[in-house]
Design a protein around this ligand. Structure first.
Ligand code: ZN
Length: 614
């Protein structure tokens, strides 16, 4: 998954606020023995979404299957608790507003059923050979892991609605038939069987291939020799030159990603996007041959959108195929926490930046700016170990660290890349590690372990040990060693001095703006107190929209110690306080070091272009 870095948090917080009852600890109580459904076969699903169901914001799902055996044992059918990639528990059974079971071969005689637990239905076949289970599902949640409808459109995730037999293998082939308005379209990553029928070879693939049904824009192009489709809702939301620009960016970011792994894993790939003003931010959810973006219309044309596409598309290799052993295979009934999201998400985000610079969506300076922004974000977040942050995501920690494994994991990827290239004289890189694990571990049909990962990193780095590195920076909370590492890649990090007031406003838990004053800062020295309401610095009003720029341009070149007047309101008084200008190191700035030695230049070029030295 990926989200706009600042807005990311907002969208997640909104999502939590919208589901106050969604149990974050919804694990099933432990049972004496795991329940097992009677065996079923020949499973097929029917999806009905048309103007009539759209009017009530529902979609109808029929699951039809044959009962194997005597038909005396109950069939236990469950819905998932989460959608892989969206690491939070959301019992989708909650949105089932009607459930029916009938004997398909006996004049549709209704069958008895009850609930075994909150996400499992127990159907009594009573001798039926073929059973039809019908669900009505409320499609009213705008989230890329869920189901959402409009009068002319449906986003449907298979995890929400496709029942599976409890305790049985998920390797059964599945067929889906979509019944919809004749003028409406269907797009999904599933294999098209003709007419309105689609197939998947197993349940995991079935629920990894979401659907758009209805009226939306759809076009396609060959990229790296395979078809890529671009589906956008509502119609006209991405049109004209903007559509051409986004297509150009998609065509630029894919080939550098293919180059990392040496092969393309999909027959066709679909970018599925919903732009809706009810959504604040931008969020993508990855799948094996598609991804779904839900964005504010304001994100169209932003620099973030191609970065989001690059991130989600890279996931087709990293996490959908190559993934931690903790997530192999996916278990839809419980949280699958892993300490490795810094690789699956963070390093994916490093490769989103690399795909952008290697494909020419951003230039070298743009890449440094993306990296510097991540350094800033991590610096503003309390120190947390990457492994702990990865494990924590399921509980949405409230300490501000919830999504720090994206930028911090991305930066860990840059560090590893530089260290591997330095140790191997740029003959190998982090690309080498990912390609090797993909070709060996993933292709042998399992997830990677800590030993797989660190052995591959060490091999790429000419046998160097990473035990100390992992202890300090991955399992530990030490600040990253930029001063030592970046020069190896000919990159210079500086923190130019900036005028610093030492006063800022925060929102207290009651939503009231409160002034905080840094001890020993310029404002404190001038006599500003906590609780004062800051009105102006010199002649610049603090509520001026351009305050930061005006402040920097007026005081940025002034001498340290220059007089500074601060106007504050204290109670009913307005005071003018006299202070002195102070400077302090500001945010990190990254740039190419023009005096870097030849080896560092080779490494820098290797990172930016995706090349190795021979
Ligand atoms: Zn992601």
């Amino acid at each position: 998954m990926a989200r706009v870095r600042l807005v990311i948090r907002l969208t997640r917080m909104l999502a939590i606020a919208a589901w106050p009852l969604a149990p974050l600890v919804a694990q099933q109580p432990a049972r004496e023995s795991a329940p097992m459904s009677a065996e079923i076969a020949n499973v097929r699903y029917e999806v009905t979404f048309d103007r009539a169901t759209a009017a009530e914001r529902t979609v109808r799902i029929a699951t039809v299957f044959d009962v194997v055996g005597s038909g005396s044992e109950p069939v236990l059918l469950s819905l998932p608790e989460w959608t892989p990639g969206a690491y939070e528990l959301t019992p989708f059974a909650r949105w089932v507003v009607e459930f029916k079971a009938s004997n398909e071969s006996a004049a549709s005689a209704e069958l008895k059923w009850d609930k075994l637990d909150f996400d499992t239905w127990r159907v009594q076949p009573a001798g039926a050979r073929t059973i039809r289970v019908s669900l009505t599902y409320l499609a009213d949640t705008l989230d890329n892991a869920m189901a959402w409808s409009r009068p002319d459109f449906l986003l449907l995730n298979g995890t929400n609605v496709f029942l599976y037999p409890e305790g049985r293998s998920l390797s059964f082939p599945a067929r889906v038939t979509v019944h919809t308005d004749p003028e409406w379209r269907v797009v999904t990553g599933m294999h098209w069987e003709g007419a309105s029928a689609f197939s998947a070879t197993n349940y995991h693939d079935l629920v990894d291939m979401p659907f758009f049904v209805g009226r939306f824009d759809l076009d396609s192009a060959q990229v790296s020799g395979r078809w890529v489709r671009y589906a956008t809702y509502p119609r006209g939301s991405v049109a004209g030159p903007m559509r051409l620009q986004l297509w150009d960016q998609i065509k630029r970011v894919i080939p550098p990603q293919v180059a990392v792994f040496g092969e393309i894993p999909w027959e066709h790939y679909t970018v599925m996007q919903i732009a809706d003003s009810a959504y604040q931010g931008a969020s993508g959810l990855e799948h094996g041959n598609s991804h779904v973006d839900v964005i504010t219309p304001l994100a169209i044309g932003s620099d973030f959108l191609p970065s989001l596409y690059a991130h989600e598309i890279f996931h087709a290799w990293n996490v959908k195929r190559l993934r931690p052993a903790d997530l192999w295979p996916y278990d839809y009934a419980r949280a699958q926490a892993t300490p490795w999201l810094w690789v699956s998400e963070g390093i994916t985000d490093y490769y989103a930046d690399l795909a952008e610079v290697r494909g020419g969506v951003v230039d070298e300076r743009g890449f440094y700016a993306l990296t510097a922004a991540k350094i800033k974000e991590v610096g503003e977040t309390r120190p947390v170990a990457l492994e702990d942050a990865s494990l924590n995501t399921w509980i949405h920690p409230a300490d501000g660290t919830q999504y720090v494994y994206y930028p911090k994991g991305s930066l860990a990827g840059l560090l590893l890349d530089i260290m591997i290239r330095d140790a191997s004289d740029n003959k190998r890189s982090l690309d080498t590690v990912l390609r090797e694990l993909y070709q060996t571990v993933y292709k042998s049909g399992r997830g990677f372990t800590a030993d797989d990962w660190w052995s591959a990193v060490s091999r790429a780095a000419a046998g160097r040990s990473f035990t100390d590195f992992a202890a300090r920076y991955i399992d530990g909370r030490e600040a990253f060693p930029w001063e030592r590492t970046l020069p190896l890649a000919g990159i210079r990090l500086t923190r130019p001095n900036e005028p610093r007031l030492g006063v800022y406003t925060v929102q207290d838990p009651n939503g009231i703006q409160v002034t905080r004053v840094e001890v020993g800062g310029a404002a404190a020295e001038a006599g500003v107190r906590e609780g004062d309401y800051l009105l102006a610095i010199g002649d610049i009003a603090v509520d001026d929209a351009g305050f930061v720029e005006k402040f920097r341009s007026k005081f940025g070149t002034a001498a340290s110690g220059s007089p500074l007047s601060l106007r504050v309101r204290r109670g009913t008084d307005t005071l003018t306080l006299a202070g002195r200008l102070r400077f302090a190191p500001g945010d990190a700035v990254l740039e190419a070091d023009p005096r870097a030695p030849a080896k560092a230049v080779r490494i820098r070029t290797g990172i930016l272009k995706g090349t190795l030295s021979s």
